[in-house]
Design a protein around this ligand. Structure first.
Ligand SMILES: Cc1cc2nc3c(=O)[nH]c(=O)nc-3n(C[C@H](O)[C@H](O)[C@H](O)COP(=O)(O)OP(=O)(O)OC[C@H]3O[C@@H](n4cnc5c(N)ncnc54)[C@H](O)[C@@H]3O)c2cc1C
Ligand code: SF4
Ligand code: SF4
Length: 594
């Protein structure tokens, strides 16, 4: 042994009289620097449980555990940290899309008299389990000057308003491959969107397929839950985007446009080859009443299960409100037909111009088929319920849009007034604008209360449409020169308390007028079941507005199922598609004797 080795233990004695560099005991507190990365803090109200923090952590420090309180767009999970594994790199904080996660500057955590597993002890769910550092302001927060996420959308090529006004050409051009790949690249694959989609489409999976340039795989994923992807890729109400993890600090992924990119990228002739699957033929036939989104979706999944399907449609063509409501500049007929034709090509019999209750009785259908699916939609416009509503020149939005689809020539005159704030009102107003009219929209609530899609409203402004808000219709009179004098009253919004939305109440004595050549009323629509008659309805229970059914669309008659706008209160295409899919599974289950 060398002399140095013998003496070395004694060298430390020279330190014995110095002030210690570190703390003397473990329990003594010494604060970390202002930006020290200590234990994690999580704002429970902001966190959505997307799991990006767990995904990025290189040390498997984080696992996601259930918590009791959740909200819309929230997985119901929260990150739990194991401090035996954490290296305090703060990647989790930097990636957090909501900005809920940060680190305190506390770095000591002493547990005395440990009687349980050390790993379990130094593991906790920040925000859910109280800790002494919860209220600390100091510590590490993601700096504002850098960003791991791409928060801005890849802009969509769009026809400018002045060009779109002169035709019904589709306004949204669709992503090129280059743009779609860039947009798909922004997705963090968290899957928060999937739960909010009524059809629970596997959104992260099809976005991943785009990223990997595997469009065929993308198409297969779309059709697992949605047989109208070209339609939804254009007009979906995209509730998924409302909850997208990226929307909390930036712009949601363009989920709708990415769906459209997949369906537009595959030629119609390729669908059969890509989507074909083994079908076991079932010797039973099902009748579907109504070839709208709900009926078509049910038809697709029943055909895939091997059933014979016959669709009865009152109109000249299939598509329901997708064809006779939504205008071509939002949903071109060839895109709609591409989706519909593929469904029909699987072997559905489509009986057009066949109204059940008029051309064929409901009884006949009921007796002939093993099961009946009803998706007849909301075809009855609500009335304004004011004097003068039946004057010539006062029309309703549904009839107007229907006439446009049928190619009828319509004389609107120079000034058109549209009453309503939903999608039908926006479609009617923008269609009238394309026919050359000066258009004003009157809505009884505030702009922020309008049920119409925000993009629709902003496009309407761009196209020169004027808006009057908090305007309550009172009366329509004919003027001496055969025009219409629309009388309305200014409303004030009255708070209802308890989180209810305020209601418009007419301000006493207020009276305004507008002169118009045409008044288009678009104040909602309903339905009726007068067409359902005979023995077959004996066991079907009707509610005030609809047929009573469970969440599978099963009515009180086990053979009869319903779906689409007549069942769900949302009344959009994707909900009708989801209903059709659910009922197809329920019908299959019923016919298999389950
Ligand atoms: C103007 C307008 C714009 C819209 N915009 C959007 C949008 O941007 N995004 C979105 O997601 N949704 C939108 N919607 C709503 C969407 O179109 C509907 O939610 C969807 O079409 C509902 O499908 P459905 O199958 O329930 O009914 P429908 O599409 O209404 O189809 C019902 C079908 O049943 C047929 N039928 C009715 N009675 C009978 C009978 N007795 N015998 C035979 N056939 C019958 C009808 O002719 C019709 O074809 C819009 C609707 C309108 C009117
Ligand atoms: S990344 Fe942020 S929002 Fe997502 S689970 Fe982690 S803490 Fe919550
Ligand atoms: S689209 Fe948004 S919510 Fe959906 S997986 Fe991607 S980032 Fe998450």
């Amino acid at each position: 042994m060398k002399l140095k080795e013998i003496l070395s233990p004694f060298y430390v004695w020279k330190r014995a009289f110095e002030k210690p560099y570190s703390i003397n005991t473990l329990t003594e507190q010494r604060p970390g620097s202002d930006t020290y990365r200590g234990f994690h803090k999580n704002d429970m109200n902001k966190c959505i449980g997307c799991g990006s923090c767990a995904e990025i952590c290189q040390n498997a420090t984080i696992d996601m555990v259930p918590v009791s309180e959740t909200k819309d767009g929230d997985s119901g999970l929260r990150p739990r940290f194991d401090y035996g594994l954490c290296c305090w790199c703060a990647l989790c904080v930097d990636i957090c899309p909501t900005g809920s996660l940060s680190m305190s500057n506390a770095y000591t955590w002493v547990e005395e008299g440990l009687d349980k597993d050390v790993r379990e002890t130094f593991c906790y769910v920040p925000g859910a389990e109280a800790k002494p550092w919860d209220d600390e302001k100091l510590g590490y927060h993601k700096p504002d000057d850098y960003e791991l996420l791409h928060l801005n959308r890849i802009p969509m090529p769009h026809l400018p308003a002045h060009e779109s006004l002169s035709s019904f050409i589709e306004m949204v051009k669709g992503y090129s491959k280059e743009l779609a790949l860039k947009e798909a690249d922004r997705c963090i694959q968290c899957g928060i969107c999937t739960a909010t989609c009524p059809a629970h489409m596997n959104i992260p999976a099809y976005i991943k397929a785009i990223r990997e340039d595997n469009i065929e795989e993308g198409l297969k994923i779309l059709y697992e839950t949605n047989p109208l992807p070209g339609v939804c890729g254009r007009v979906c109400t995209r509730r998924c985007e409302d909850v997208c993890a990226l929307s909390h600090r930036g712009e949601a992924i363009s989920i709708r446009w990415l769906k459209r990119y997949i369906s537009d990228s595959v030629e119609a002739e390729q669908y059969q080859k890509i989507l074909q699957s083994e079908i076991t033929s079932q010797n039973k036939s099902i009748a579907i009443i109504g070839a709208g989104a709900g009926g078509l979706s049910a038809a697709y999944y029943l055909l895939k299960s091997g059933y014979q399907v016959e669709i009865f449609e009152a109109k000249q063509a299939a598509g329901g409100m997708l064809r006779y409501g939504i205008p071509e500049y939002r949903l071109p007929y060839d895109a709609l037909d591409k989706d519909i034709n593929y469904i029909i090509s699987l072997g559905a019999k489509l009986q057009l111009n066949t109204k059940i209750g008029k051309d064929i009785s409901f009884d006949d259908l009921y007796n002939k088929f093993s099961s009946v699916f009803i998706s007849t939609g909301l075809f009855e416009p609500n009335r304004l319920a004011i004097d003068g509503e039946d004057l010539p020149g006062v029309i309703n939005g549904l009839d107007f849009l229907d006439d446009i689809t049928l190619g009828k020539k319509i004389q609107l005159g120079k000034n058109v007034l549209v009453i309503g704030g939903g999608n039908v009102a926006m479609d009617a107003a923008r269609t009238a604008r394309r026919l050359g009219a000066e258009v004003t929209v009157l809505y009884r609530r505030r702009e922020e209360d309008m049920p119409a899609d925000k993009e629709e409203i902003s496009d309407a402004y761009d196209e020169g449409i004027k808006f009057f808000f908090q305007a309550i219709p009172m009366k329509i009179e004919k003027t001496a020169d055969n025009r219409l004098n629309f009388i309305w009253g200014k409303a004030e919004m009255v708070d209802q308390g308890n989180g209810k939305r305020p209601i418009p109440v007419m301000i006493e004595g207020s009276k305004e007028t507008i002169i118009a050549d045409t008044v288009i009323s678009a104040v909602g629509q309903g339905t009726n079941f007068h067409w359902m008659e005979g023995q077959a309805i004996a066991n079907i229970k009707f509610g005030k507005w609809n047929i009573t059914a469970d969440r599978w669309g099963k009515s009180s008659d086990p053979k009869v199922f319903v779906g689409g706008d007549i069942l769900n209160s949302v009344a959009d295409a994707i909900s009708a598609i989801a209903d059709g899919h659910r009922s197809a599974r329920a019908i299959d289950s019923f016919l298999q004797g389950n």
